[in-house]
Design a protein around this ligand. Structure first.
Ligand code: ADP
Length: 644
């Protein structure tokens, strides 16, 4: 038997391990099993090149718990280690970079365990003593027993071990007794080891029989050793992809819409499958996350810094040995490989979407409502994605027809270009509320888009910025004649004073102004068949308000009151009749002219005895844009009956 000190130059590595990795201590299991799997894979490689002769026999990795002895054991039948190798790889841990780690740990509290090859030592996070029993595959190698009680001292001696491979025995600390529970270990194995390339066995398989769980005489295999992403797309059917989706997310009932199989080997290695889920509501969005693997070992599902944010709405797996693991998040973002990976995934996802749209426009359109949020989010946050996405981002009109912006613009170019050469696209976010406005637009032969998505306003603004001579206007933001001005608008023949008289008469009867609501009365010779009085809301102000709800730093707009224009349509016969009823009088008015006070005679018009009718007209305008409610609505109904 030999004794020695573990070859790290700093005082003691164990306090470091325990202190800094405390929060993540469960990863010890992942680290030990990864080592076991590596050792097994190496053996298989050696066998395939003829360096190991004969049948490899049982190659399963096993995890066992002994509750009496309070041990957890990870056993493999891999290449094993000779005493020299234990000395080199375990005792001299400085070899795999621990020294460096120890020098740095003071500044970087975040764990760097896997990265610097401290994997095996993570066992000490939960153990008071760790033993290794190993038999190398090498001929004539003696089995070795190594033991260490969480201090820099270890013992090493020859032993007898009947089978090739390594057993790592953890004497679990009392404080971590949960790692002696089957359920805990099974949970961790399912989390970290579900797709490892070598079979991992834990206990016996159980089955429900007559309402009871019975143990079968068969080992319980935790993992799928050849998950879909490791196989060739040509060898997989749609069912295989769907099946794998449910393997990844057992709680997810919906089928994914479609998938993208990723496979790169230059300039970095990356494989994976991304799925487009059906996103029904905002709540769904982050329930299932993309999982990151490193050579089939689960690493994390917090991948915010590895892929652009909008891609985190997708589901699936990414497997790359080239993503540095267990390093700080800010470091990840600046890592060159990570940047390349992110760019590659963006391109791949965009290309796939473009391909799908080209291949079957109708089918793509059917899926559009489910993937719209994802694509719009991508366009708004990623310039590269925006450029590609213009070829498949769709707009939907009120007939339920879908088209890309270019296709749509071609469709309406004939009718919806105004006299200044601007293309004006009309939209509604609420077809019921805007019914009368929509009818007016349709009567003119215009098309109306349905833009009721959460990101639609932002996307419209973006499209306007990117394209010259393009404007989106909500159907209720002005008279249709003003929204798409064809020639100079029709004028009425009334004097400014007459119109002023009309405005005053209406103003006096407006519902009392609230803090958050303001009406501004204007006159306009809209059209004889339009409503006599109607409301419009300025597109710019409304949009700013809507966008400020999502964006910080725009609260100025958010705090502005909602202001509406109450438009008196002087082209309407009813209004013309009212103008005819105005009475005028001459009044003297003092005005300042070049600093001198002068008296001028003015004609002032007013409209008396028409209150009931004016109120009725205002209410009709409010009603037509969904703003007449409660008591005001009841009054309107009563007044209508009386008038009849
Ligand atoms: P890493 O795995 O990152 O190299 P570890 O501390 O986990 O760091 O392991 C150090 C080395 O010990 C491994 O590279 C391997 O050579 C050896 N080793 C660990 N576990 C096993 C095992 N189960 N079978 C064979 N060799 C092992």
């Amino acid at each position: 038997m030999s004794k020695g000190n573990i070859g790290v130059t700093s005082d003691n590595i164990f306090p470091v391990i325990k202190k800094f990795l405390y929060s993540d201590h469960e990863i010890f299991l992942r680290e030990l099993i990864s080592n076991a799997v590596d050792a097994t894979s190496k053996l298989k490689t050696l066998s395939s090149v003829g360096e190991v002769k004969g049948d490899l026999g049982d190659t399963r990795v096993r995890v066992t718990i002994d509750k009496e002895k309070k041990t957890l054991t990870v056993s493999d039948h891999g290449i094993g280690m000779t005493a020299e190798e234990v000395d080199k790889y375990i005792n001299q841990i400085a070899f795999s970079g621990a020294e460096e780690f120890l020098n740095q740990y003071k500044d970087k509290a975040e764990a760097i365990i896997g990265h610097f090859g401290l994997g095996f030592y993570s066992a000490f996070m939960v153990s008071k003593k760790v033993e290794i029993f190993s038999q190398s595959y090498k001929e004539d190698a003696k089995a070795v027993h190594w033991s260490c009680e969480g201090s820099p001292e270890y013992t090493m001696e020859d032993t007898i071990k009947s089978e090739r491979g390594t057993d790592i025995v953890l004497h679990i600390d009392d404080e971590f007794s949960q790692y002696l529970e089957d359920a805990t270990i099974e949970g961790l194995l399912k989390k970290y080891c579900k797709f490892l390339p070598v079979e991992i066995a834990f206990g016996k398989r159980k089955e429900w029989k007559d309402g009871k769980q019975v143990e079968l005489d068969e080992e319980n295999i935790i993992n799928d050793t050849t998950p879909a992403w490791t196989r060739k797309p040509a060898d997989l059917t749609e069912e295989d992809y769907d099946h794998f989706y449910h393997e990844l997310y057992p709680m997810q009932l919906d089928e994914p819409l479609f998938h993208i199989h990723l496979n790169v080997d230059y300039p970095f290695n990356l494989t994976g499958i991304l799925y487009f889920p059906k996103i029904k509501s905002n709540l769904d969005v982050h329930r299932n996350k993309i999982q990151l693997y490193c050579n089939q070992v689960y690493v994390t599902d917090e991948i915010e810094n590895i892929v652009p944010e909008y891609l985190t709405l997708l589901h699936g797996v990414i497997d790359s040995p080239d993503i540095p693991l267990n390093v700080s998040r800010s470091y990840l973002q600046s890592d060159n490989n990570v940047k390349k990976i992110s760019g590659y995934i963006t391109k791949k996802v965009a290309d796939k979407l473009a391909e799908l749209y080209k291949a079957d426009k109708d089918d793509f359109a059917k899926k559009w409502d489910d993937i719209k949020m994802f694509i719009q989010f991508g366009m708004l946050t990623d310039e590269k994605f925006y450029e590609k996405a213009t070829s498949f981002a769709l707009y939907k009109n009120l007939n339920g027809d879908y088209a890309t912006l270019d296709e749509y613009m071609d469709k309406v170019r004939e009718s919806q270009v105004d006299k200044d050469g601007n293309m004006v696209l009309l939209y509604t976010n609420d077809p019921d509320a805007h019914y009368t406005y929509i009818e007016r637009a349709k009567a003119k032969g215009y098309d109306v888009l349905l833009m009721d998505g959460e990101l639609d306003v932002h996307c419209m603004s973006q499209a306007e910025q990117k394209r010259e001579h393009l404007r989106f206007v909500r159907i209720d933001s002005d008279t249709i004649e003003n929204l798409i001005r064809k020639e100079d608008t029709a004028q009425d023949t009334y004097t400014d004073e007459q119109k002023e008289g009309l405005r005053k008469a209406f103003e006096a009867l407006l519902p009392s102004a609230e803090d958050k609501l303001r009406y501004n009365v204007t006159t306009e010779a809209a059209a004889a068949d339009a409503l006599p009085v109607f409301l419009t809301q300025n597109e710019f102000m409304r949009r700013m308000k809507e966008m400020s709800a999502h964006q910080q730093g725009m609260s100025f707009y958010g705090s502005m009151p909602d202001s509406y224009n109450l438009v008196i349509n002087t082209a309407h016969p009813l209004i013309q009749e009212l103008v005819g009823k105005e009475t005028s009088e001459q009044v003297n008015e003092e005005v300042e002219n070049d600093g001198k006070k002068e008296t001028v005679v003015k004609t002032v018009y007013s409209l008396a005895n028409e209150d009931e009718r004016l109120k009725q007209l205002i209410d009709i305008a409010l009603l037509a844009s969904g703003q007449l409610k409660g008591e005001a609505l009841a009054k309107f109904v009563n007044r209508s009956v009386e008038l009849l």
